[in-house]
Design a protein around this ligand. Sequence first.
Ligand code: C2E
Ligand code: MG
Ligand code: MG
Ligand code: MG
Length: 270
Amino acid sequence: QAKAQGRNTLCFFDPAMQAAASARSALEGDIRQGIARNEFLLHYQPVVDATGHPLGAEALVRWQHPQRGMVSPADFIPLAEQTGLILSLGRQVLALACRQLARWATAPATAAWTLAVNVSAQEFRQSDFVEQVLAALRDSAANPRLLKLELTESLLLHDVEDSILKMQALRTLGVGFSLDDFGTGYSSLSYLKRLPLDQLKIDQSFVRDVLTDPNDAAIACTIITLAHSLGLDVVAEGVETEGQRAFLLSNGCRQFQGYLFGRPGPAELL
Ligand code: C2E
Ligand code: MG
Ligand code: MG
Ligand code: MG
């Protein structure tokens, strides 16, 4: 028994685990403080049409950390989601995005630009999510028709009926919905048909090797055909080369996003 307890104790006090746990709680405190100090900002990546003309952008959150510099979402979104901090961060993101939309509306060259905002599952599941989006739109006087919310398959399928109700409520005001990273989740085609979506985004993992991997090419083409059959727009993500663009274009894709057209950056540089 002492041996068994010893093993448990050893496991509990594993120094590597302890170090990881304290690093996580330090980062959690840091994120909390960063939110309070408005250290989070948005970068914007253009979404372009078949001729390379910008149709709008996707907002991608960045953390301007006082010591660590610009931190990318992969380094803080997962912990923000686990700790619930994503809820206040998400509200800041929505407010910043709607203010940017309102700013674009004041200049003729950018007045028709749409802005896509990523939404985490926890944010979407809040009972007052619809009201939060409406409040951000109202406070900024942004045009709801130019706002797109990017959701994922697993988020939507968690509670399909609730998802549909929330989407319908926002759609009556003109807010659009895009299914992000399409093809990487548990695609259920019967649900896809029922969800009031506007757009599918082909995940960049299928775009990367679209010219060399016949399976990726087949998947990308199938997603384009599926989107069109369902009356949805389709956007290819992660387009880095002219060859990828040409292949996707010749297979019916009409909207593109990726380093070939522009990296995410401050709104002034778009
Ligand atoms: P995502 O929504 O799928 O965004 C696309 C990611 O691909 C972005 O990474 C973007 O910088 C990157 N990307 C764009 N073009 C290319 C390309 O040509 N090649 C390659 N290799 N990558 C490209 P980023 O900005 O690091 O964001 C990562 C993920 O973090 C996003 O994936 C999204 O899931 C999440 N995220 C970003 N901003 C927010 C936010 O405001 N709220 C929430 N909840 N999640 C966010
Ligand atoms: Mg996205
Ligand atoms: Mg994506
Ligand atoms: Mg992603």
